[in-house]
Design a protein around this ligand. Structure first.
Ligand code: T4K
Length: 368
């Protein structure tokens, strides 16, 4: 039996590079509170993501929670969102005392079904929070059109979409704010971390207050805030990982292509990835186990697990089906989301995953 193969494995820069980079911290003893490396990483990310403004945060979740909070929506207002996501997206809405209104998704890429958004808008709707799930780009044009028509804010959960470009533009340029996760499991990581990207410099000031207790000076606090600052060790990990990001994505692409051509020969499974007009980041390897496949998704999951291959059911169950959410939201049909969620499996996928391991995984999936 082979060693455990997990769904992902953190990308890390060479040990010496990181150790060398953190040495100055033993001189300065400046470890957090928007230090030199925090500022440097914000600048480098603006350039890499091709966005006007970046505000770094302690993690992707707090970036999303505070980005929503920055708009001061009235408590109880409705936010249209997707249930086919990591629980963070929904928690960020609920923790802002807003009501999630779940919109169905599209079967081809798992993003929000934009044709259903307008039917969910009421006079209490204030925002749309779509997710570029697996780095698949939402229909940003249509969502913008709907938002403009109904005077809604759009806050993208772009946790999976670091470095994705759509029609030549960094994905962070769409919507009022886009939020990235730099968690250890992501294409680009700062160990834990995240960022909000946007163009309005007023949002930068607002987030600066929200992530640092509203402190404006030694004796001045202008508002209620949290502590969501990224520390200097994390920022330095980000600066080092950024030096290798093209390599990480290139290695992911090679592995994606091996999976893609292998899976194309297996009846009953299909990719849940999207090509159209995008430069991708190859962040996840989601497949849909359709009814023609001889086993259910759960049987395939167990078969792989029995062979030490730990695929994950990202994203099952739907966030709307968790007990802590169900009684906070309106009942919705969510036919497609439910169908995909019951059939999706994300396969092991990371830049150092052996090609021979991928071929073994493909054999397990193919020889049912
Ligand atoms: N929005 C969306 C759409 C998201 O997917 C996420 C996070 C967020 C918002 C919130 O962003 P953050 O606040 O997390 O920055 C993982 C990640 O923890 C989470 O960041 C991610 N989405 C989610 C999809 O996956 P778990 O509970 O599945 O992680 P865990 O601990 O089971 O790890 C999965 C695999 O990753 C392990 O089997 C091995 C590998 N791993 C894990 C860790 C912790 C590593 O290689 N290194 C590590 O340090 O949530």
């Amino acid at each position: 039996m082979q060693d455990k193969i997990l769904v992902t494995r953190s990308s890390m820069p060479p040990y010496e590079e990181y150790i060398e980079a953190i040495k100055p911290l033993w001189e300065t003893h400046w470890l957090t509170n928007m230090g030199q490396y925090h500022r440097e990483l914000e600048e480098r990310l603006k350039e890499y993501l091709g966005v006007p403004e970046v505000s770094l945060m302690v993690n992707g979740h707090m970036a999303l929670e505070l980005a929503i909070q920055a708009f001061d929506f009235p408590a109880g207002a409705e936010v249209i969102t997707t249930p086919f996501t990591f629980i963070s997206t929904t928690h960020a809405i609920v923790r802002n005392r807003l009501q999630p209104v779940f919109c169905d998704i599209k079967p081809e890429d798992g993003t929000m079904d934009e044709t259903q958004i307008e039917s969910l808008i009421t006079d209490r709707t204030v925002a749309i929070v779509p997710v570029h799930v697996y780095g698949n780009v939402c229909n940003v044009e249509k969502i913008q059109e709907i938002a403009a028509k109904h005077h809604l804010k759009v806050i993208y959960d772009a946790a999976h979409a670091f470095g994705v470009k759509y029609k030549g533009q960094g994905i962070g340029n769409y919507g009022d704010v886009s939020v990235f996760s730099f968690h250890a499991t992501k294409v680009f990581n700062t160990i834990e971390g995240g960022a909000a990207a946007f163009s309005d410099s007023g949002i930068y000031k607002k987030l600066a207050d929200l992530k640092n207790f509203g402190i404006r000076g030694e004796e001045l606090v202008t508002g209620i805030g949290a502590n969501a600052k990224m520390n200097e060790f994390a920022a330095i990990m980000g600066l080092c990982n950024l030096n290798h990001i093209s390599y990480y994505i290139e290695e992911r692409k090679k592995r994606f292509e091996v999976y893609e051509s292998g899976l194309a020969k297996i009846k009953g499974v299909r990719l849940l990835n999207q090509e159209k007009d995008t430069i991708r980041n190859y962040s996840y390897m989601p497949i849909v186990v359709e009814d023609e496949y001889p086993m259910s998704r759960d049987e395939l999951y167990c078969k792989l697990k029995d062979n030490n291959i730990f695929a994950r059911k990202y994203f099952y169950p739907l966030t709307s089906d968790q007990d802590c959410i169900r009684n906070q939201c309106k009942e919705a049909e969510l036919k497609c989301a439910r169908r995909i969620s019951e059939r999706v499996l994300t396969l092991p996928f990371y830049p150092t995953l052996g090609i021979e391991v991928i071929n073994t995984i493909l054999r397990f999936i193919g020889n049912v």
